[in-house]
Ligand binder design. Structure first.
Ligand code: SF4
Length: 235
C-alpha cells in the first residue's frame, strides 16, 4: 500500500543528526527515502512470527540463510515449540530435524535451546526487550538485537546485513568497511522518523532491485539519485 510521503517536521530538523551534510545531500537522502516510502509505506520483516520469542528465534535462525528457508522451517517448528518452555522441552536433538535445511543448524539449535533455557530461568519465559539483555542471549548479536528492537518498534535501529551494506555503499549513504561502521553512518544521516523503516527499505531494495550481481538500475526508483548507476547502466 502506498501513501503520500510526508516529511515529519522533525525529519527536516534532525537530518543530519550527528553528521553535517550539505543542503543538497540532505535533500537527496530525504528524496531517496521518500521514493522508497512511495513504494512501500509500512515495510516489515519478511520473516513470519507471532510473538517476540518467535521473532528472536526466526532472526537468529536467519543468519546466512534466506527468510524463505527460515519461514519454511519455522512454520512447522512453531506449531510444536512457540514458547521458550516448549523449545526447551523439545531440546537440541528434537529441534535439529526442523531446521536441518538451514545453514549452520547445529550451532543454531544449540543457541536456540540455550537461549530458551535462559529465558525460562531468568525472565519467566518472556523476551527482554532491551539491547543489553537481548545481546546477552546465546546466539543473539548486535544485528539480531537491532532487527528485533526495530521490528517491534522498541527503538529505531538500522541493522546492516549484506543487502543494507551493499545498497548503502552504492547509494553513497555510507562507506564504512564493517557493518557496525555502516550502521553508525546510516544512523547519523537518516532522519530519526525514517530510521525504523529505513532498515526494511534498504533490505527490500537490495533484495529485489539493487541485487548483488546485476542491479536492475533501469527499473530503480532512485537511479537519478544514485552515484553508482553509471557503473551499471550502459551510456
Ligand atoms: S541505480 Fe542501480 S546501483 Fe544505484 S541503487 Fe539503483 S539499482 Fe542500485
Amino acid at each position: 500500500m502506498t501513501t503520500p510521503f510526508k516529511v515529519h517536521k522533525s525529519a527536516k530538523t534532525s537530518a543530519p543528526r550527528s553528521k553535517r551534510l550539505s543542503h543538497a545531500e540532505a535533500a537527496r537522502i530525504i528524496e531517496i527515502f521518500r521514493r522508497f516510502e512511495e513504494q512501500e509505506s509500512d515495510p516489515r520483516t519478511e520473516l513470519d512470527y507471532a510473538s517476540p520469542f518467535e521473532l528472536v528465534t526466526a532472526v537468529a535462525l536467519s543468519a546466512q540463510a534466506t527468510d524463505v528457508s527460515v519461514n519454511k522451517a519455522t512454520a512447522k517448528l512453531f506449531e510444536v515449540a512457540d514458547t521458550p518452555q516448549k523449545m526447551l522441552a523439545l531440546g537440541e536433538d528434537g529441534l535439529k530435524p526442523f531446521i536441518s535445511s538451514i545453514g549452520l543448524y547445529n550451532s543454531k539449535a544449540k543457541n536456540v535451546v540455550a537461549m530458551s533455557r535462559l529465558l525460562v530461568e531468568q525472565y519467566g519465559g518472556e523476551v527482554p526487550l532491551t539491547r543489553e539483555a537481548l545481546q546477552a542471549l546465546p546466539g543473539v548479536g548486535r544485528k539480531t538485537a537491532s532487527v528485533v528492537l526495530n521490528e517491534l518498534r522498541v527503538e529505531p535501529a538500522i541493522a546492516v546485513d549484506t543487502h543494507v551494506f551493499r545498497v548503502s555503499q552504492r547509494l553513497g549513504l555510507a562507506n564504512g568497511k564493517t557493518p557496525d561502521k555502516v550502521e553508525a553512518q546510516l544512523m547519523a544521516i537518516v532522519p530519526v522518523p525514517l530510521q525504523t523503516r529505513a532498515h526494511h527499505w534498504l533490505i527490500l531494495h537490495g533484495r529485489y532491485v539493487c541485487v548483488a550481481r546485476r542491479p536492475k538500475c533501469e527499473e530503480c526508483p532512485v537511479a537519478d539519485l544514485c552515484p553508482s548507476r553509471h557503473l551499471f547502466i550502459a551510456r
